[in-house]
Design a protein around this ligand. Structure first.
Ligand SMILES: C[C@@]1(CC(=O)O)c2cc3[nH]c(cc4nc(cc5[nH]c(cc(n2)[C@H]1CCC(=O)O)[C@@](C)(CC(=O)O)[C@@H]5CCC(=O)O)C(CC(=O)O)=C4CCC(=O)O)c(CCC(=O)O)c3CC(=O)O
Ligand SMILES: NC(=O)C1=CN([C@@H]2O[C@H](COP(=O)(O)OP(=O)(O)OC[C@H]3O[C@@H](n4cnc5c(N)ncnc54)[C@H](O)[C@@H]3O)[C@@H](O)[C@H]2O)C=CC1
Length: 203
């Protein structure tokens, strides 16, 4: 069983093992949230090479499943400092050993080829600034999640970014100047329209 949670990643140390196509997608999610990303992989995709200034990289590092403990020591990484780990190599055995070994230090682990070994999944996210619509099929069909996101992007356009910022400012202002919570809620109910007022279009 699973539930969607909203996790604050800003400045949090996150490790990704592997530098291929799937790793790239996960790394970009993490970087977009300003996480402090460390990548351990003998190679990187061309896309990741371009992003390389934005994460720490252990280039000569090849984790080997049978000597994982040793390679961890050689890399001199303090795994307990990581908030989250993604095991994204194309070796199921290595992903598994890594996840099993490091789960004693890191509670949030995503193993790209094993739902059983993952403590969290990445949903498909429609990102409109502070409004994020996350779609998950709990691992059943990532492609359906992706198609639903694409469908929602027609209804929830870029105007939602500034609209949600406006609502946040309104709410913070009211929390300061309107003491009565019932009155506060009434004003917010009135001001929060769906869809947003037309002045937010063309953003
Ligand atoms: C469980 C989960 C764990 C996790 O990765 O977090 C997982 C697992 C696996 N994915 C696999 C395959 C594919 N995944 C994608 C795409 C996405 N996968 C994402 C999430 C998730 N994938 C989590 C569940 C999310 C959910 O269900 O809600 C998305 C939403 C988010 C993201 O990755 O950013 C992103 C779409 C982003 C977007 O467009 O918005 C594509 C399509 C493509 O590549 O274009 C394919 C190929 C088609 C296919 O096989 O379905 C395989 C088999 C690997 C193999 O066969 O070797 C596994 C392993 C398994 O299921 O055991
Ligand atoms: N969860 C998801 O969204 C998806 C998961 N997958 C799974 O993800 C796996 C990886 O797929 P891709 O990224 O396309 O493969 P890829 O071949 O592009 O990348 C694999 C990466 O792992 C690295 N690697 C291999 N051995 C390593 C080691 N010993 N130490 C450190 N890094 C090592 C490689 O150098 C490479 O950077 C596939 O096996 C597939 O099962 C595939 C599609 C989507």
């Amino acid at each position: 069983m699973s539930t969607p949670l909203v996790v604050q990643l800003k400045n949090r140390p996150c490790a990704v093992i592997g530098g291929g196509k799937v790793a790239q997608r996960k790394i970009r999610h993490l970087l977009a949230q300003q996480a402090a990303v460390t990548v351990i992989s003998p190679d990187l995709t061309d896309g990741l090479k371009k992003d390389a200034g934005n994460f720490s990289y252990y280039p000569d590092s090849v984790l080997e499943s049978d000597v994982l403990q040793k390679t961890c020591e050689r890399l001199n990484l303090d795994w307990s400092r990581f908030f989250l780990l993604v095991a994204a190599t194309d070796s199921p055995a290595l992903n598994e050993t890594t996840a099993r070994h490091l789960s004693q230090y890191i509670p949030l682990i995503n193993v790209v080829d094993s739902q059983e070994l993952s403590s969290f999944f990445f949903p498909s996210v429609l990102d409109r600034g502070r409004l994020k619509i996350a779609v998950t099929t709990s691992g059943a069909s990532p492609i359906l999640a992706s198609k639903i996101r694409a469908h929602l992007s027609g209804t929830f356009g870029p105007e939602y970014g500034p609209y949600v910022d406006y609502l946040a400012a309104l709410r913070t202002g009211l929390q300061k100047r309107e003491r009565d919570p019932v009155q506060r809620k009434n004003i917010l109910e009135q001001e929060t329209t769906f869809p947003p007022p037309s002045r937010f279009e063309n953003h």
